[in-house]
Design a protein around this ligand. Structure first.
Ligand SMILES: C[S@@+](CC[C@H](N)C(=O)[O-])C[C@H]1O[C@@H](n2cnc3c(N)ncnc32)[C@H](O)[C@@H]1O
Length: 306
């Protein structure tokens, strides 16, 4: 293996999911299989259904987890396609894990996710579907691009950046992720001790290309409903847009009632589906951040099925 992806908050994930008691766990974001391996190693009583939309990740995870034999089932699909993967469950799952974001494998593979990538500007997690980031940038109108940068990157001055990107594309100056990050750097100067100036631009384009936020709230609610009693869902997110969706979905599951707040009493009759939902996210400790800087923005929230 010529890549390293260190699973984030792996101790917390295993503790929150109570993996030592065994059971079936669905790893919706299998990646290279780091969390799944830890869950399977915790006790011989655990089984995994592992899902990823990225076929390269699937190949690596299959190889890594083959030592666990029939305790592992691996599917190459979008986790939001719950009706597709549900029939593969051999029992009600005890836990569901979502470790959102990118794996180091994706950042290192020359697929246009990294600022340094000179090979491409693709950014698709599933390379069999959708359009590449470069195609999207070429086809989009300046206004549309600016709205996407604003919506999915909460970028300051999105118009200015969209304009610079469109004009660089016209001059055929953008062919790779590195070219794009250089164009952004010409517009936004980097502040000392802060993230790369193109971080939010890349985030916005990646979220749009992969429809990362679309249907995430519905998925969380549907996923909780298939958990066994007292089963747990754990979601690790890496930016505030995602974390907000997780927090709000959990809050609604805990509240149950969907009546507008101005109603004097409940008429929907919806009961809470979870007995607990974290209000404050768990964060990686200092030691983890020092040894694995990619974990620094991780926020872990979980909920417990009633
Ligand atoms: C941060 S990585 C997971 C790393 C893994 N937990 C580990 O420790 O090895 C996130 C993975 O989720 C996958 N992914 C993201 N959104 C997905 C979706 N909607 N359906 C399936 N896989 C998805 C990505 O392709 C990526 O491989």
């Amino acid at each position: 293996m010529d890549y390293i992806h260190i699973p984030v908050m792996v101790k917390e994930v295993c503790e929150v999911l109570n993996v030592s008691e065994g059971g079936l766990f669905v790893d919706c974001t299998l990646g290279p299989g780091g969390h799944s391996e830890a869950i399977l190693e915790a006790t011989p009583l655990t089984n995994i259904l592992g899902i990823d939309r990225d076929s390269s990740a699937i190949e690596i995870a299959k190889n890594r987890l083959k030592k666990f034999g029939s305790r592992v089932t691996i599917l190459n699909c979008n986790f939001k396609e719950i009706d597709f993967w549900k029939p593969y469950l051999k029992e009600e799952p005890k836990g569901i894990l979502l470790d959102l974001g990118l794996s180091s494998l994706q950042l290192q593979e020359g697929r246009g996710f990294s600022f340094k990538d000179e090979k491409s500007l693709d950014m698709r997690m599933d390379t069999s579907k959708g359009i590449k980031a470069l195609e999207f940038l070429k086809n989009s109108k300046e206004q549309e691009l600016s709205e996407i940068l604003n919506k999915y990157g909460e970028v300051e001055n999105p118009h200015k950046i969209a304009k610079a990107i469109k004009s660089a594309l016209k001059e055929e100056r953008i062919k790779s992720a590195k070219d794009l990050s250089q164009v952004v750097e010409e517009v936004i100067s980097s502040k000392r001790d802060s993230k790369h100036p193109a971080t939010k631009i890349f985030q916005a384009i990646r979220i749009f290309i992969n429809e990362e936020l679309k249907g995430l709230d519905k998925f969380i609610k549907d996923a909780v409903s298939i958990l066994q009693k007292s089963g747990r869902i754990v979601v690790i997110s890496y930016h505030s847009l995602e974390d907000r969706i997780v927090k709000n979905s959990f809050r609604e599951l805990k509240k149950g009632c969907t009546c507008p707040p101005q109603f004097p009493y409940c008429i929907c009759g919806n009961e809470p589906i979870v007995s607990f939902a974290s209000k404050t996210p768990l964060r990686p400790d200092m030691n983890e951040v020092l040894t694995n800087p990619s974990s620094r923005s991780a926020r872990l929230r979980y909920a417990i099925r009633k």
